[in-house]
Design a protein around this ligand. Structure first.
Ligand SMILES: C[S@@+](CC[C@H](N)C(=O)[O-])C[C@H]1O[C@@H](n2cnc3c(N)ncnc32)[C@H](O)[C@@H]1O
Ligand SMILES: [Zn+2]
Ligand SMILES: [Zn+2]
Length: 369
């Protein structure tokens, strides 16, 4: 179980300290928030999962350079060994006194260790070293300066020994995953085999921040099990959903079926836009687990969550339910007509049957292309 909701740790001790009623209430709320955050536990037992509020407060300046941050420029497409002597790279190399290092320097350190372990060679470039996945990730204006545990390294060439060295020797790295970057993680449809990446070291839980007209949404993802989407300044699927709701006058007290919900982005956006009820569904179990987690993280309290359940409702709250079913089977558990069904299939998946199933369940259907 990733989280539950017990607030029994609230201490009222400061009553004794004769503080004003206002300060008392403020402190009480702070304590409650801290307890909530503590209860949002990651599978690794650490603090990888935080509430949207906490992430957004801490994240504002997290990847900006300080006034002293500066770095040597490196060319991404030229062999790194022709630009610097790889032997001088260690965890202090090009690190500012504020503790941060430029992303390119961190990737250079990853490449140095991969060359040491014979997984890359002297001609390797920063570009072909790895896919750097930053966390928490939001659309950035410039290449980020990284602090501790803010990077997940994804590479098809990785092995266990090198992954463990990278995690141990490079403070910025939170996890190392092995996987083919051109292969989508998850399941494309029920007729396809699922595909997952392999977490070799660390914890692969990361968070994307998506801007929406209703405010930002924080989406946690076990990155070895959930497909990668890079946050853009404007998310095209959020824009399509928002425009569709306006066009069809779906603006108050409406119901939504997010039929291929992934980690829950569009259904959570629907709740933020005023939907009175949202049913989330996805065929891929890890995606429905993430949906439940992301609901809680973004302030929609989950009253029930059982990750051991399959092929049925795995979570619910006051305004939502989360199902783990093939979209084609939803009609057997849902006896209602939604105002809107959102279908967001993976690229290349024929959505004809998805739309046929949805047409029995909803008055309006939005297919994200
Ligand atoms: C592009 S992703 C959805 C992303 C999601 N809308 C978001 O923005 O976070 C497509 C999703 O369709 C799900 N899927 C594939 N086949 C399905 C099926 N037959 N029924 C329900 N979901 C399915 C996949 O597991 C995947 O999570
Ligand atoms: Zn974790
Ligand atoms: Zn600095």
């Amino acid at each position: 179980m990733y989280f539950d909701h017990r607030f029994h740790l609230v201490h009222l001790n400061y009553l004794k300290y004769h503080i004003s009623p206002d300060s008392f209430i403020k402190k009480l709320i702070e304590d409650l928030i801290i307890v909530c955050i503590m209860e949002l536990k990651c599978k690794c037992g650490s603090t990888c999962i935080r509430t949207a509020e906490e992430i957004l407060i801490q994240n504002k300046e997290a990847f900006n350079p300080c006034q002293q941050c500066e770095t040597i420029p490196l060319k991404k497409f030229s062999p790194l060994s022709e630009q610097i002597n790889l032997n001088i790279i260690d965890s202090q190399f090009e690190r500012c006194s504020c503790g941060k290092r430029h992303l390119d320097i961190t990737v250079a350190h990853v490449l140095k260790l991969m060359v040491d372990e014979d997984l890359q060679n002297e001609l390797s470039t920063l570009r072909n070293t790895c896919v750097p996945l930053i966390t928490p990730a939001y659309p950035l204006q410039a290449i980020p300066y990284l602090g501790d545990k803010s990077l997940i390294v994804l590479s098809p060439k990785m092995n266990q020994q090198c992954a463990e060295r990278i995690l141990e020797e490079i403070p910025e790295v939170k996890a190392v995953i092995k996987g083919e970057t051109n292969k989508t993680v998850g399941i494309k449809d029920s007729s396809h085999e699922p595909h997952v990446y392999e977490t070799l070291a660390g914890c692969d839980m990361r968070c994307d921040i998506i801007n929406t007209p209703q405010g930002p949404i924080c989406l946690h993802k076990d990155q070895s099990e959930i497909h990668i989407e890079f946050p853009a300044h404007r998310s095209p699927k959020i824009t399509s959903t928002s425009l569709f709701m306006k066009k069809h006058c779906i603006d108050s007290d409406f119901t939504v079926l997010d039929a291929t919900s992934g980690p829950g982005t569009l259904g959570i956006f629907s709740l933020m836009s005023g939907a009175s009820r949202v049913v989330f569904n996805d065929l891929w179990k890890p995606a429905t687990n993430m949906t439940a987690l992301n609901l809680e993280v973004n302030g929609f309290k989950v009253d029930f969550f059982d990750e051991t359940l399959e092929k049925c409702m795995i979570a619910h709250g006051e305004q939502f339910e989360v199902y783990n079913l093939d979209i084609r089977d939803l009609g057997s558990v849902l006896d209602e007509k939604f105002d809107l069904c959102i279908i967001d299939p993976f690229p290349g998946v024929n959505s004809k049957e998805f739309v046929e199933s949805a047409s029995k369940l909803a008055r309006n259907i939005l297919v994200i292309e």
